[in-house]
Ligand binder design. Sequence first.
Ligand code: 13P
Length: 249
Amino acid sequence: MRQKIVAGNWKMNKDAAGSIDLVKELTANAFPSGVRVMIAPATVFLDRIAQATKGTGLEVASQNMNAADSGAYTGEVSAAMLQSIGINATLLGHSERRAYYNETNESLVHKVKTAMETNMEIVFCFGEELADRKTDNHFKIVEQQLEVALFSQEGLDWSKIILAYEPVWAIGTGETASPEQAQEMHAFIRSLIQKRCGDAVAETTSILYGGSVKPTNAEELFSQADVDGGLIGGASLKADDFMGIVNAI
Ligand code: 13P
């Protein structure tokens, strides 16, 4: 059985006090059983949030990680650094990192490899831009993103990989993919995994949807057969909204 997961990507939001306040509000709730609830706060607060969430069932992930083990990479953070403060999961390949920080399918090969070598769980983000969808290239783009960064690599431990399909045109725009559009793409992604990695991996890999998920549309999105949860941006910054989404699964 694949896991149901709701993850909040806080992006570059919340200061120290605001981060801890939100963690407290979230952990005051009982999370539904059988659902993994994760947050990805700003790197600078990961240490204190890892402490604050100990034993609460709320999981904490990084928003990014460098491919190198250590060295002269000013401003960057390594897997070992994250693990030394109890962070064992990271987002990789978010569209904002691809758009603003030159992350590419090719550079993600190295990050994925490092994550596998260091036993970091990854939430691998990908998705087409509006122009790709308008020109009917969305399936091709998504296949390419997965092929280069994941399928082409030997020996991936798929039990450590969560996929997050985030169509760029739906991120922060208020425009959500319809449940049918999400299901169509998620089924396509699962069929690709099946072709490249076999039935067992296809059946057990969680595929999250991200892009303007809100308490009002979460239930319909999550009820789709191949949507195993969500990666939430804006609506993860308010405890009530995020819990509304968590409870919709
Ligand atoms: P929004 O939920 O704000 O559209 O952001 C989605 C996202 O980018 C999560 O990683």
